[in-house]
Design a protein around this ligand. Structure first.
Ligand code: NAD
Length: 332
């Protein structure tokens, strides 16, 4: 039976890469039906909303969202639509896999690191207070509930995906109470997964280790701020944000999107690379229990990237989005 998912087409390169991904999903015979919504700047200019009520309602019905990038309007009230979606649907786990690909030359081959970033608290609660003209306080919040669910998610992922090790990243040597709580919960949960190795690193040391020996690391779990920074670091290890997929998971809802933005500089030029959104769609298929289809698509993409004949300009080629998409479909 087909599972219905919601698709937000976004703006900038969003519509181009969404069309490419939907064509590939169709060619791969993914057992999916789609409710597709145009969201983003054109809608905002019409009615002052980036996402319509119907689009939100569709996500609430289907619980699974494939989202392409949305431009943050300059001068608007909210910080980002992503922050809004994460809060509204309690998408507490931000999962970013960083895997080296032979088509992209970097000084770091064989990187295969999955970062689990807590998505709802830490310094991102946005509570800041002006104490006097020269002093500002920011509040860092770490709770047992939020820490348990992200750490549990990381170990569960490791167990389900034949991963060997989970590393907790923290600064508990200085932030003894807040990060200390996160670390102690990590050690408690680790005992429930005796077949998975567990260890921890202080965040500054972790940064050095990741650029010296990234191959030594497997699954990482950490509070929000360290996750924000380290997941960009790991994407740099594999050649940049352009190839990074992500999942934002909650207990009820799941949203899958590329890490990159709407790339207004190349929008409409038909040269956008849809790979990060496509890999996000593969994470979505895994989430829906369609691992076989996801594996077929990943294999086809690997083949096209390795062939180097149909690469988009960001990867040093001259193919259009359409030519790249066609090459993946042929490889399938
Ligand atoms: P960006 O990621 O859109 O672009 C940075 C650079 O990478 C640009 O040169 C762009 O051409 C290139 N690039 C990005 N994706 C590419 C792709 N798939 N193929 C080829 N080249 C690609 O970052 P930005 O310019 O800082 O942001 C543009 C807008 O996107 C902003 O309004 C920002 O707020 C928004 N944004 C949205 C999301 C999201 O919806 N998830 C994430 C990040 C940024």
């Amino acid at each position: 039976m087909k599972k219905t998912i919601t698709v937000f087409k976004g703006d900038g390169i969003g519509p181009e890469i969404t069309d490419a991904v939907l064509a590939i999903l169709q060619a791969a015979q993914a057992p999916l039906a789609y409710e597709v919504y145009s969201v983003g700047i054109p809608l905002y200019e019409q009615c002052g909303e980036l996402i319509s009520e119907e689009a939100f309602a569709s996500f609430e019905r289907n619980k699974v969202l494939l989202k392409s990038p949305i431009t943050t309007p300059i001068g608007s009230g909210f910080r980002s639509i992503n922050v809004l979606l994460r809060k509204k649907y309690d998408l507490y786990a931000n999962v970013r896999p960083a895997k080296s690909n032979p088509a992209i030359a970097t000084p770091f081959p064989d990187v295969d690191i999955v970062t689990f970033r807590e998505n709802t608290e830490d310094l991102y609660v946005g509570v800041e207070e002006q104490i006097d003209a020269d002093t500002v306080h920011a509040t860092k919040i770490i709770t047992r509930k939020a820490s348990e669910r992200i750490i549990e998610a990381a170990f569960r992922y490791a167990a389900d995906n034949q991963r060997k090790r989970v590393t907790c990243v923290h600064k508990a040597n200085i932030l003894k109470m807040s990060d200390g709580l996160f670390l102690s919960i990590f050690h408690d949960i680790a005992k429930r997964y005796p077949t998975i190795e567990s260890d921890d690193r202080i965040v500054d040391n972790m940064c050095m280790q990741l650029v010296q020996y990234p191959q030594r690391y497997d699954v990482l779990v950490m509070p929000n701020l360290y996750g924000d920074i380290l997941s960009d670091l790991t994407s740099g290890l594999i050649g940049g944000l352009g190839l990074m997929p992500s999942a934002n998971l909650g207990s009820e809802y799941a949203m899958f999107e590329a890490v990159h933005g709407s790339a207004p500089d190349i929008a409409g030029k038909h040269i956008a690379n849809p790979t990060a959104l496509l890999w996000s769609a593969c994470m979505m298929l895994d989430h829906l229990g369609e691992q076989t289809v996801a594996a077929r698509i990943r294999k086809a993409v690997d083949q096209v990237l390795a062939d180097k004949k149909a690469l988009t300009p960001d990867l040093g080629g001259s193919a259009t989005t359409q030519q790249y998409t066609q090459a993946v479909i042929e490889a399938l």
